[in-house]
Design a protein around this ligand. Structure first.
Ligand SMILES: [Cu+2]
Length: 164
């Protein structure tokens, strides 16, 4: 190869190396930016973690069914030894319900009969699932994670009501 070919060859490799370095810097920076986004962002419904000792600034302060600004249903439930809060919940049939659940004490489970809803409920972590109840009726909700002496009685009812 003559010297000019070699030079072009090297330039090609240098360009490739420089591109890789820039791509890596870009990837790293975008990760940093993502990490800087706070976990609690109630307006975009990405509530992923909470302080189990202080839920006052979260929707869990008043658990139950809410409708967000887009008219979507959000159901906030608390699991605690040995009950669910609210104790009885009514939701409309045929509408997607975004369920958020967290624990104020130990690890619980939230299982709703005749659905595939089965969430491990961990203090500080917000479990989330979206579900549309097609059939009106009473669905039993139980804790399926042994949580102490009252575990057996830790259950509640979810009443799915016909939508007009
Ligand atoms: Cu429990």
């Amino acid at each position: 190869m003559d010297p000019h070919t070699i030079e072009r060859f090297e330039k090609g490799w240098m360009l490739l190396a420089a591109t890789l370095v820039l791509v890596l810097i870009g990837v790293t920076l975008s990760n940093v930016v993502q990490a800087a986004v706070p976990a609690v962002d109630m307006h975009h419904h990405t509530l992923k973690s909470v302080n189990p000792q202080d839920l006052s600034s979260t929707p869990f302060a008043t658990p139950g069914l809410k409708q967000n600004e887009m008219g979507q249903y959000e159901l906030y439930m608390l699991a605690q030894a040995f009950m669910f809060n609210p104790p009885v919940v009514k939701v409309p049939a045929g509408k997607p319900i975004q369920l958020f659940v967290t624990s104020t004490d130990v690890v619980h489970g939230l299982q709703i009969e005749n659905t595939n809803i089965n969430i491990e409920v961990i203090p500080g972590v917000v479990g989330q699932v979206t579900y549309t109840f097609k059939k009106p009726g009473v669905y039993r909700v139980g804790c399926n994670e042994y949580c102490g002496v009252g575990h057996q009685s830790m259950m509640t009812q979810l009443i799915v009501e016909e939508t007009p």
